[in-house]
Design a protein around this ligand. Sequence first.
Ligand SMILES: Nc1nc2c(ncn2[C@@H]2O[C@H](COP(=O)(O)OP(=O)(O)OP(=O)(O)O)[C@@H](O)[C@H]2O)c(=O)[nH]1
Ligand SMILES: [Mg+2]
Length: 310
Amino acid sequence: MSLGKDILQGDRRALARALTLVENQMPEADEIVREVFGHTGRAIVVGITGAPGVGKSTLVDRLTGHFLSLGRQVGVLAVDPSSPFSGGALLGDRVRMEGRGSVVFMRSLAARGHLGGLARATPRAIQLLEAAGKDLILLETVGAGQSEVDVMGYADTTVVVVVPGLGDDVQAFKAGILEIGDVFVVNKADRPGADQTMRELRQMLSLGPRKAWQPPVLAAKAQSGEGIEEIAAAVLQHKDSAERNPEVGTRHVREAERFLRQALADQLVAHAVARAKAAGRWESLVEDVARRRKDPVWAAKELEGGEERE
Ligand SMILES: Nc1nc2c(ncn2[C@@H]2O[C@H](COP(=O)(O)OP(=O)(O)OP(=O)(O)O)[C@@H](O)[C@H]2O)c(=O)[nH]1
Ligand SMILES: [Mg+2]
């Protein structure tokens, strides 16, 4: 039996193994993804992002419980662009039973290997969860940089979480997080200043371009569970709105080109490197770039042209 087929039949251990292969970018992962790809693309993917400690995991936990009670099959992925270590050891493949006996599958992905690794692993991990029957996937990612803006590109709806006192989050807003948010949550609303932060956020959002979807700003107390239903409702509304409105667009169209470009780039690079190695030119070019005799763009052009230039 193949891992892909096992996953489609709901085998959790097969899913866990496949996720590890995808995370480590093993060649076997390509085959598994090929087997399941036709069964993916139907889940709602909800991204939850925000600075460290704002309460994302607490919120994800509450939302998980809520969506389970609605009869959803929930999968949770925590993506940490800053960590080279798999959270697998921390979070494990935590699986638990809740609501109507649904199974939640939780897994964290770390930025193993080279830059851009997560950009490849994240959509594939989502696809594996979809193949395993999850119809709602919560994707938590920490930080305030380009990497999680990229990760959130795989979500249908992005929830940006802040806490009272926006001053601390200026960095996040610089990184373009205001643009990617579809729903804004001021969590820890039990703390002073929540109302002011909500006003400030609405003010900042009103300065942006008018869009078909105006992101709501909601208050929450994730710890006690207040505001969770409203957040879940806003997420589903946004998803509906995106589906009805071609201007908003769905992630599938955005993603399709990205997937193709990525796959093509991987293939072309692998092919070019293999050819250069076979021709005995790779090592010397690497050396030339290392010694600053050639710049990498020029070196790549030289390979691409297939000619020796001195
Ligand atoms: N006062 C208050 N504390 C909260 C609330 N929600 C979460 N917390 C607390 O905030 C702390 C951080 O919560 P997490 O859910 O781990 O935050 P996070 O954003 O996932 O953190 P990282 O993943 O480390 O970035 C924990 O001690 C929570 O108990 C809330 O509504 N009010
Ligand atoms: Mg967390």
